[in-house]
Design a protein around this ligand. Structure first.
Ligand code: GLY
Length: 400
C-alpha cells in the first residue's frame, strides 16, 4: 500500500470528472483522476444532445435556466478544449444548427403544443411549423408525422469525441484505472481517497464526479441510477437525418442525433433513449431495442436501411429533484455529479463552476457559476451539520 499527494483528486473520469480535472490543470493544479473504466459510464451511452429547450420540464424552470446558461458556453468550451487537446476545430462535433421536434398523432401534437406554450412562457424560443416546413428542414421526416416545431436553441456534440479530447487535455497518464473504496476524512474535512488496491491519494481537494455511484462514497450526494439504452446506427449519408430529430410517438419519447459524416461517407445516428429506474446494470433489454426502433422508424423511415452497430445501456445520475450537485459539500470535498439527462449539456457550466471555485473569473463563467451556485448547491441535501457523518465506502471498483 502506497500513498501519494496531489492538489486535486477527481473520482470519476466521465465527461464531468474530466472537465473538472481539465479546469484544475488549467489553474495549475497537480491532478490525478481515478476510475476503473474511464468514460464507460453515462458518457458512453450519451447521444450528445445539448437540449435545454426540449429537455425543459414543467415545474423545473430553474433547471432549464442552468441548461440555457451552459449551452451558451458550449462554443467557447469546444474551441478551448480542441485547442488544449491539439485537435482541429470541429473535432468534438459541436453543431449549433438547431433541432426539429415532431409529433406523430393528435395527442402527440397536443403534447408538443403544451411544450411550446411552456417555452413561450419561459422565453426559450421555439416555433410551431407545418409538416411541409419540417420536411424542407429534414427531408427524411416520414409521411405519418402530423405536427412539428423548430427549436433553434437545442444543439449537439459528439460525447465520445469530447471524452477523447478531455483525456488528451488532462493527460492520459493522469487518468488512473482504479476504483475508489472510500474517501479519507480528518478533522471534518476530506483529505483524499483510498483506491481499490488500498493505495491512498491525498489531496487538498477531492472532486466527487462518480455519476450515479457518487452516493456510494458520500451519502450527501443523493444520486441514483436512471438507466437508459441508446442505439448506434450506421447509415449512408443520404439516408441520415441532417439535424437532430426528436419527438413523441403515441406518448413515447424518441430522438435521433446524427454525427458528422465519416471518411467512408456513412454517418452515425444515435437513437435514444429509454429511461427507467431498474438499477445500474449494463444489460440491454430486447424490448427496449424493439421500442426505440419501432418509434424512430415512424419519424425517420430511411433509418430502416441502417446497420445496427451498437446497443448501449448505462445509468444516468439522477437526484431527488433531478437538478445537479455542483459545489462544495464539505471542506476539501467538491461535488460535480447528478447531471441526470444533461451531463453533456452541463459540462461547460461545470467547468465554469470549477473555474470559479479555483479562483478563475472571466465574465461568462462568473454568470454561469452563479447560476450553478443558486440551483445546483449540494448543501440542499446535507442532512447533518457534520458532513463527515455522511461518508460511506463503495467497496472495490466503486466508481462509475
Ligand atoms: N439527454 C437525453 C437522455 O438522457 O436521454
Amino acid at each position: 500500500m502506497s500513498a501519494s499527494t496531489h492538489d486535486v483528486v477527481v473520482v470519476g473520469a466521465g465527461i464531468v470528472g474530466l472537465t473538472a480535472a481539465w479546469r484544475a490543470r488549467c489553474a495549475g493544479a497537480d491532478v490525478v483522476v481515478l476510475d476503473p473504466a474511464p468514460g464507460d459510464g453515462a458518457t458512453h451511452a450519451a447521444a450528445g444532445m445539448l437540449a435545454p429547450v426540449m429537455e425543459a420540464g414543467f415545474g423545473e424552470e430553474a433547471h432549464a435556466r442552468l441548461g440555457t446558461a451552459s449551452v451558451a458556453l458550449w462554443p467557447a468550451y469546444a474551441r478551448e478544449l480542441e485547442a488544449a487537446a491539439g485537435l482541429a476545430s470541429g473535432a468534438v462535433g459541436l453543431d449549433t444548427s438547431g433541432t426539429l421536434a415532431v409529433a406523430y398523432d393528435a395527442d402527440d401534437r397536443a403534447a408538443l403544443r403544451r411544450m411550446l406554450d411552456l417555452h413561450a412562457r419561459w422565453g426559450l424560443g421555439s416555433a410551431e411549423i407545418g409538416a411541409d416546413e419540417a420536411r424542407r428542414r429534414e427531408p427524411g421526416v416520414g409521411p405519418r408525422v402530423t405536427g412539428a416545431a423548430w427549436v433553434p436553441g437545442d444543439h449537439r456534440a459528439d460525447p465520445r469525441a469530447v471524452h477523447a479530447a478531455l483525456t488528451a487535455a488532462v493527460g492520459p497518464e493522469r487518468v488512473v484505472r482504479r476504483g475508489v473504496a472510500s474517501l479519507c476524512w480528518s478533522g471534518g474535512r476530506v483529505t483524499g481517497a483510498v483506491d481499490d488496491r488500498g493505495d491512498t491519494h491525498r489531496a487538498g481537494t477531492v472532486v466527487l464526479a462518480a455519476g450515479h455511484a457518487s452516493g456510494l462514497l458520500f451519502a450527501g450526494a443523493r444520486t441514483r441510477p436512471v438507466t437508459g439504452t441508446t442505439l448506434r446506427l450506421l447509415v449512408d449519408a443520404d439516408r441520415a437525418p441532417r439535424v437532430v430529430v426528436r419527438g413523441a410517438v403515441q406518448g413515447r419519447p424518441v430522438y435521433a442525433v446524427p454525427h458528422p459524416p465519416r471518411p467512408d461517407g456513412s454517418r452515425e445516428v444515435v437513437v435514444g433513449a429509454t429511461s427507467d429506474e431498474r438499477g445500474a446494470d449494463h444489460l440491454t433489454r430486447a424490448g427496449d431495442v424493439y421500442a426505440l426502433l419501432r418509434d424512430v422508424r415512424v419519424l425517420l423511415p430511411g433509418l430502416d436501411e441502417a446497420v445496427l452497430a451498437e446497443t448501449t445501456t448505462r445509468a444516468r445520475p439522477g437526484t431527488p429533484d433531478n437538478a445537479p450537485l455542483i459545489g462544495w459539500a464539505a471542506e476539501g470535498l467538491y461535488l460535480a455529479t447528478g447531471h441526470h439527462r444533461n451531463g453533456i449539456l452541463l459540462a461547460p457550466l461545470t467547468a465554469a463552476a470549477v473555474d470559479h471555485a479555483l479562483g478563475a473569473r472571466d465574465a461568462p463563467s462568473v454568470a454561469a457559476a452563479e447560476a450553478a451556485a443558486r440551483h445546483a448547491d449540494p448543501l440542499r441535501y446535507l442532512t447533518s451539520a457534520h458532513p463527515a457523518d455522511q461518508t460511506v465506502g463503495a467497496g472495490p471498483g466503486g466508481t462509475a
